[in-house]
Write a protein that binds this ligand. Structure first.
Ligand code: SF4
Ligand code: ZN
Ligand code: ZN
Length: 298
């Protein structure tokens, strides 16, 4: 099997594109996919200062690496969720990466913000903290992102297509409408972009491994059994049988999305923090109040 670009021995065959590539041209392929997503969806420009949400996992590390290689101005943001070993290891990786490439990294500790970490929140949410954790991350990443032109997150094609699959399966039209590789700035909502949407999990992992980038291999101890994992497995089975299914499914949706227009809920400033919400008091402030009572915090 030869690389289609240079004719050297190929090390990977991307079945979705019927494309064999050597290591060097595979790295170039990944960067071109990111550049293509950025241009196609008009995500950011070279003048913008981008806050990259870094978790220490392969997706956000690859995202930060590629944006830097492409010449974008970036600062990393790491939120320490207080999940003991896991959070500390992830933080070390984010710091190691930032040092290696002389990049700025901002670190925020959930324990400083709320007085507790995810393990305590798991106790008050019957052991399943993921939806609360997701809400906390969205809130704090958004808050940090308001000082920048855009916030970039490492959502990839597998994440986006499995979420899409779930939303269609349950006809969650409201979520469908908001599912987009770019969300523009709206008052206290920072602009959000997902430059990895045209790349699969497998391609991203390969890029990190070929270049020897550091990333945390273990998943969060709370991550077992999420429904999206089933959807991901189903899509992987389809992809195996019909290469290119995921990208056609996702891009087909994005291109035909206008049909899913729903009446948007009105956003109003939260009575406590002032950030936009559909409720009187936003979920983050409600959680903060609940934690204060439950844990006797001031
Ligand atoms: Fe948070 Fe759940 Fe992800 Fe762990 S797996 S980081 S608890 S959302
Ligand atoms: Zn080549
Ligand atoms: Zn609030």
């Amino acid at each position: 099997m030869k690389c289609r670009i240079c004719g050297k021995e190929a090390f990977v065959k991307l079945r979705s594109y019927n494309l064999a590539l050597c290591e060097e041209h595979f790295v170039e392929f990944v960067r071109r996919r990111v550049e293509k997503a950025i241009k196609k969806f008009k995500m950011v420009s070279k003048e913008d200062h981008i806050l990259v949400a870094v978790s220490g996992g392969k997706d956000s590390i690859v995202l930060w690496h590629v944006l830097n290689e492409l010449g974008y101005r970036t600062t990393g943001y790491f939120l320490n969720l207080g999940i003991d070993e896991f959070s500390n290891k992830s933080q070390k990786i984010a710091e190691e990466f930032a040092n290696r490439f002389s990049l700025e990294l901002k670190v925020e500790y959930l324990r400083d913000v709320l007085g507790v970490g995810i393990p305590e929140i798991a106790r008050i949410s019957k052991g399943k903290p993921c939806s609360t954790c997701g809400m906390i991350k969205r809130y704090l990443i958004n808050r940090a992102g308001l000082d920048y032109d855009a916030v970039a997150t490492g959502h990839n094609l597998d994440d986006e297509s499995s979420v899409l699959f779930g939303n269609i399966l349950h006809w969650q039209v409201e979520y469908l409408e908001r599912q987009s590789p770019i969300l523009p700035r709206d008052r206290t909502l920072a602009k959000k972009v997902k430059p990895l949407v045209l790349l699969t999990n497998h391609e991203i992992k390969l890029y990190a491994d070929v270049l020897g980038l550091p990333y945390i291999p273990d998943s969060c101890p709370f991550s077992t059994g999420a429904t999206t994992h089933y959807y991901r497995d189903i899509l992987n089975t389809l992809e195996e049988r019909m290469p290119g299914t995921k990208i056609r499914f996702y891009m087909g949706f994005i291109e035909n999305k206008k049909g899913f227009k729903v009446k948007e809920k009105e956003l109003k400033p939260c009575e406590r923090c002032g950030y936009l919400t559909t409720a009187g008091i936003c979920s983050f402030c409600r959680l903060r109040e609940r934690i204060k009572i439950q844990f006797n915090l001031r």
